[in-house]
Design a protein around this ligand. Structure first.
Ligand code: PMP
Length: 399
């Protein structure tokens, strides 16, 4: 029965990691990673998380199922973080939030439910470029995929005119997938003025915003990084969706902590949406896992631990900023001043502008691994490797 089953296409990022691991050169550097690593190259275990985990271990509890939409304290804390503690949307009961299996689970449950709501002609517009899983998830859910212009290779910034033009051409009811901050893969974000314009356009054209926020706190802080969500609320957009992930902001990748929020026109609509989200989760995996949600809720519910989390998140953010600034300085000192844009980009990813051929040279001559698109993970830089990387990038940039 399985004789005709074909191999699924390989994941290019995982393939690169395998190649990196097999590379015997001692000075190798993997800039292809998709996670935050600390100065020592390790995935951090945050102190605030460790503290909650130890408290849980001291007081072990029976392992019943969580409700279908997850731990209530986790959902409440998530809503405040995304929409703001004083959000009128929350006060009006307009938001239905459910804990999901990571941000990916939120995207998938959200896409499945939207496809049910919108029917067979459902369309989604995705930024060009975007995180590869966006296409996979929405295509698998039965959406027709469209793209809108986003990254401008010439300016290494946003093609804002192209973006507005493309969004302006979409049919009403089209889902528009937006990265709230720290755009993956480019690191290029909209500024506040641009967000205002995009939000006004989305409202005017009756488009359906779907905000993916996987790096809240990695650029300027948890409040500022949620600007897109806050503006959608303030503008009076009466329907939008948010998928969020704590994988990066709590360094809890393997615990699969995320959430899906649907914003409806009023409390009654939100109640119907909540029931539909739950039905979709039920059909997927029945209910989410408890441990990661207990950790996140434990931190966010305590004023003291929450403050500590903001501090630890600030350290991760600070290190990313420091590495960006140092890379620009070191490249300029080596005769490559054209990389100043690295400090204008946000989050841990950067489109470096390196060509496929330059990326290949970095790998072959210097054992430095980056994605063939030129995406690098800035968090993979540290005091020990940054001079070597800057020297190599400057060398391949001279041709
Ligand atoms: N959205 C974006 C843009 C991401 O980069 C990621 C993680 N790489 C996710 C969503 C999903 O995160 P999670 O690991 O929580 O599923």
């Amino acid at each position: 029965l399985f004789a005709h089953v074909e191999m699924a296409p390989g994941d290019p990022i995982l393939g690169l990691t395998e190649q990196y691991l097999a590379d015997p050169r001692p000075n190798k550097v993997n800039l292809g990673v998709g996670i935050y690593v600390d100065e020592a190259g390790r995935v951090p275990l945050l102190e605030c998380v460790r503290e909650v985990e130890q408290a849980l271990a001291r007081d072990p509890r029976p392992r019943g199922y969580l409700p279908i939409d997850g731990l209530p304290a986790y959902d409440r804390a998530t809503q405040k973080l995304l929409f703001g503690a004083d959000s009128p949307l929350l006060a009006a009961g307009r938001v239905a939030t459910a804990q999901t299996i990571g941000g990916s689970g939120a995207l998938r449950v959200g896409a499945d439910l939207l496809r049910q709501i919108l029917g067979p002609g459902a369309k989604v517009a995705i930024s060009s470029p975007s995180w590869g899983n966006h296409h996979v998830v929405f295509r698998t859910a039965g959406f027709e995929l469209l793209e809108y212009r986003y990254y401008d290779p010439a300016s290494k910034g946003v093609d804002h005119a192209g973006l507005l033009e493309d969004l302006g051409r979409l049919q009403p009811g089209t889902v528009v997938l937006l990265h709230a901050c720290c755009h993956n893969p480019t690191g290029v974000d909209l500024d506040a003025t641009q967000w205002h314009q995009v939000v006004a356009l989305l409202k005017e054209r009756h488009l359906l915003p779907f905000v993916d926020i996987a790096y809240q706190g990695f650029d300027r802080g948890t409040e500022r990084d949620a600007l897109a969500i806050r503006l959608l609320g303030e503008a009076g957009v009466d329907a939008f969706v948010v998928a969020n992930s704590y994988s990066k902001s709590f360094s809890l990748y393997g615990e699969r902590v995320g959430a899906l929020s649907f914003v409806g026109a009023d409390r009654e609509e939100a109640a119907r949406l909540r029931s539909r989200i739950k039905a979709t989760i039920r059909a997927n995996y029945s209910s989410p896992a408890a441990h990661g949600a207990l950790l996140v809720a434990g931190v966010l519910e305590s004023d003291e631990l929450r403050a500590r989390w903001e501090g630890e998140l600030g350290q991760m953010r600070g290190r990313i900023h420091a590495m960006r600034a140092a890379l620009v300085d070191k490249l300029a000192a080596r005769g490559a001043p054209q990389y100043g844009f690295f400090t204008r980009q946000a989050g841990m990813f950067s489109y470096s502008g390196l060509s496929r051929a330059q990326v290949e040279r970095l790998r072959e001559e210097y054992a430095i691994y980056a994605l063939s698109t030129g995406r690098i993970c800035v968090a993979a830089l540290n005091e020990a490797n940054i001079d070597y990387v800057a020297g190599a990038v400057a060398a391949v940039s001279k041709g």
